[in-house]
Design a protein around this ligand. Sequence first.
Ligand code: FMN
Length: 191
Amino acid sequence: MVRRYQAEPVAAHTIDRMLRNAVRAPNAGFTQGWAFLVLDEPRDLARFWAATTPPGTSSNRWLDGMRSAPLIIVPLSSKAAYVRRYAESDKGWPADEEPRWAVPYWHVDAGMAALLILQTAVDEGLGGCLFGLPPDRIQAFRAEFGVPDEYSPVGAVTLGHPEASAQASGSATRRPRVPLEELVHRGQWRS
Ligand SMILES: Cc1cc2nc3c(=O)[nH]c(=O)nc-3n(C[C@H](O)[C@H](O)[C@H](O)COP(=O)(O)O)c2cc1C
């Protein structure tokens, strides 16, 4: 993750490539119950930070670095779109019954789309950081950008040319990487 950026904008064709790749993510039932809010105008970026920053927080190292990003893409997911899709005849789940997904596919799918945005950024020589929005700022975010209630931001992704002096600063610098052997269970779960 990159959390501080140069002022140079991200080229329009690069933004388009990120978005074209995002919608090639695997998605349950080919529902495509996702959407992407793209902010690359300084005024819109300022509106994003004003809406999502908790009141009373004006400046800190993380925020100052992230605010330098010339581009933010907000991937959103819609549970309602999956409920509608899975009520279609080839799936046949009643729309009024709590459906039987083992995990919320709408968030899984939008998360994979977000990863494709990040991977495309790296492929283009850029950097990015996916971060969560504070739960108590989601309504303000929706209101600011006219986002319908059925869409939830699964996070937001800052993107841009990495600031040359930017050092890794996230949790990964403070926590050890868990050894692969502890995470991978081959043939049988072993604790
Ligand atoms: C769901 C999710 C939420 C995250 N939220 C934040 C966040 O709020 N702030 C932040 O700086 N990074 C956030 N991150 C980035 C992680 O801190 C980062 O990916 C992780 O520490 C691994 O570091 P690396 O990607 O640089 O290897 C988030 C990542 C994910 C997947």
